[in-house]
Design a protein around this ligand. Structure first.
Ligand SMILES: [Zn+2]
Length: 271
């Protein structure tokens, strides 16, 4: 497997934001995980999916030479929390209560369901222990704003904003340069993204792909609108997939279609 992309994305005063993005190739979906480095510590966002990328993310965090104060899991899709069991079992993990309950109740099943991954999947489940609630908190002198966003790419999604840094950790509300994981809640999802477009934020840290600007947020709105229209016109299954592949040839990670299409068109589940 190819190496992850590792980069320092932004430095404002004594806050540095880093990202580690897994491979865009083969069946990978370019999982993006982030580090907020402040004078005394690190806060991490998401945990990677496959074992080698979770280890690479942890190794990079450790290389910064500061303690990991906590890690936030954005939502319950396994590509965001599998890596906890690989590389973050010793770290305090925060998540929305709904995410925590899901991993507690279904984490083991989720790992069994991914048996095809073999030793790319973690051997154990680590359940987040701290509840992340909407509101503000100052951590190591930096202001954080937390929100609980419902019914978009997933039922419950945590977003994190750093208003003094201009950074918005959207995770899977934005797919940067890759095909989106679509759900039947595209109308509401578009409205959430439109609010981002009129916000004062400039840097958007996605759950997949490279750090994004407002142009990419707008392209996500356009993609969602086109997909919604196509479904309204009656496209399903392979015809729907071909339509999006032809319309967005520049977007990477088409493997995502096979993950969400059984849910979107065959009623396997809502998200
Ligand atoms: Zn994801």
């Amino acid at each position: 497997m190819s190496d992850p992309v590792i980069m320092v994305v932004k430095q404002t005063g004594d806050v540095r934001i880093h990202t580690v993005v897994a491979s865009f190739e083969d069946n990978n979906i370019a999982n993006a995980t982030h580090i907020i480095e402040t004078p005394n510590q690190l806060v991490l966002v998401d945990a990677q999916f496959l074992v080698p990328y979770a280890r690479a993310f942890r190794d990079y965090a450790d290389s910064l030479g500061k303690p990991i104060e906590r890690l936030y899991v954005s939502h319950r899709h396994p590509d965001h929390w599998f890596g906890l069991g690989t590389a973050f079992a010793d770290i305090t993990v925060h998540a929305l209560s709904e995410t925590m309950t899901f991993i507690q109740d279904h984490g083991e099943d989720s790992i069994s369901d991914h048996w095809k991954l073999g030793d790319l999947a973690p051997e154990r489940v680590v359940v987040p222990k701290q509840v992340a609630s909407p509101g503000e908190e100052t951590i190591d002198g930096v202001r954080y704003v937390f929100d609980r966003v419902t019914d978009t790419e997933i039922d419950y999604h945590l977003t994190i904003r750093l208003p003094d840094v201009g950074a918005y950790f959207t995770q899977d509300l934005i797919y940067s340069g890759t095909h989106l994981y679509l759900t039947k809640h595209m109308g509401h999802w578009i409205r959430v993204l439109q609010e981002m477009l009129v916000s004062e934020y400039e840097l958007f840290m996605p759950g997949h792909g490279l750090p994004a600007d407002k142009n990419e947020v707008a392209r996500n709105v356009e993609y969602l609108s086109a997909a919604r229209q196509a479904i309204g016109d009656g496209l399903t299954g392979d015809a729907f997939k071909s339509f999006l592949l032809q319309r967005y040839p520049e977007r990477k990670c088409p493997g995502i279609f096979d993950i969400y299409m059984p849910r979107l068109f065959a009623g396997a589940s809502d998200y």
